[in-house]
Write a protein that binds this ligand. Sequence first.
Ligand SMILES: C[S@@+](CC[C@H](N)C(=O)[O-])C[C@H]1O[C@@H](n2cnc3c(N)ncnc32)[C@H](O)[C@@H]1O
Length: 444
Amino acid sequence: MDGKVIFIEGGVVPGDVVDVRLSKNKKDWAEGKAQLFHTYSPQRVEPFCEHFGLCGGCKWQMLPYEKQAEYKQQQVEDHLRRIGHLEFPDMYPILGASKTRRYRNKLEFTFSNKAYLTDDEIRAAGEEWPKRNALGFHIPRLFDKVLDIRTCHLQEEPANLIKNTVREWAEKHSLSFYDIRRQEGWLRNLVLRICTTGEVMVNLVIHYEDKAARIALLDHLLATVPGITTLLYTINPKKNDSIFDLEPKVYAGKGYVEEKLEDFTFKIGPKSFFQTNTYQGEVLYKVTRDFAGLTGSEVVYDLYCGTGSIGIFVSRQAKKVIGIELIREAIDDAKENAAANAVNNATFFAGDVIDICDDAFFAEHGAPDVIITDPPRAGMHEKLTAKLLEVAAPRIVYVSCNPATQARDLALLNEKYTIEKIQPVDMFPHTHHIENVVLLKRRY
Ligand SMILES: C[S@@+](CC[C@H](N)C(=O)[O-])C[C@H]1O[C@@H](n2cnc3c(N)ncnc32)[C@H](O)[C@@H]1O
């Protein structure tokens, strides 16, 4: 097994001695699940959350934060070497989070009439199939089971107060929690946005309209929890949980919240995308702007621009910014955000980057001096990588939430580009997720 990478599920940390059942065993890597721990690593620390082990969030909390950061840094380096087979300069040390708990501005809780119960809880209930309500998070890989969350450490208060107030009211008044398998029940989701500006948005998603019950619950919430600046509800009669094709209705407040990155203000509605960790989002964008090396005369393309936040963030240092994004609503938000921040040199286009980025588009908007690309986890489509090689901008800043696909794409771009700088940023403490920013310079 020397030198072979094994991906192990089941909360294993370096230094643990554990039996692993392999589910895949390839030449260079294997995959498996922890079976029996013989000894625990001395690196382990006491988890801070009562839901640790069952909840899918904060899975790395048994490691000290400095160790988590070290492993993330190592992971980026491994991917660049093993997947990309790349040569690169020393990476900058990972930018760890100053706030390692309560760092998310958005959380979505799910109502379910099927709480996930441990064996002990089932035994204690004394019934064969005990049924309980839950308001919490889905158990990984069990689509119809939800872990009832009492206290979550991912978001600032009043997150727990709001969740527990809604739950207690619902139980007291026998309101029905959704049954995911049967697709029945009234209460479906509770989506919270708590911003660094202090604004709080709550969106209660229900299966169908029950005006009296809805008003009673929402009024109770407003009366019990101070500081809710916007309260909405959304009726979702569909099978899936997505609200993107639905119309949230404003019950109280202005219908959106505002978040700040440096002195830029972003309007966030119930359907808007925004970086979930505002604190580290700002750090990430500063690195991106710094790597772009702008002097005020550059044409910058912001590919996969979402609601335009990177483009807007770098706009004062650029001659002009062109943002491209698949989701039309995100582009509408980008335009609105640019206008609200008096950014007049940014233009945004809705569509697939592969379709939009053709020769005519670049001819019309100008040859890029810098391309910033921030694709989803799957990375860039091969066609786009090929196009970027053809367009050959002097600099590319590649922002990635998945260093494995980033390494694959960098290997392709390596045909014309050299890696100049690498900066990992930790956006999600206590998880395996890692964001990585790479500056590429054209060789010729
Ligand atoms: C990682 S997010 C980046 C968002 C943005 N840069 C930010 O910092 O908020 C990736 C974005 O790519 C968009 N996207 C995915 N596939 C796309 C495609 N083929 N063409 C254009 N945009 C796409 C997604 O909708 C999403 O907004």
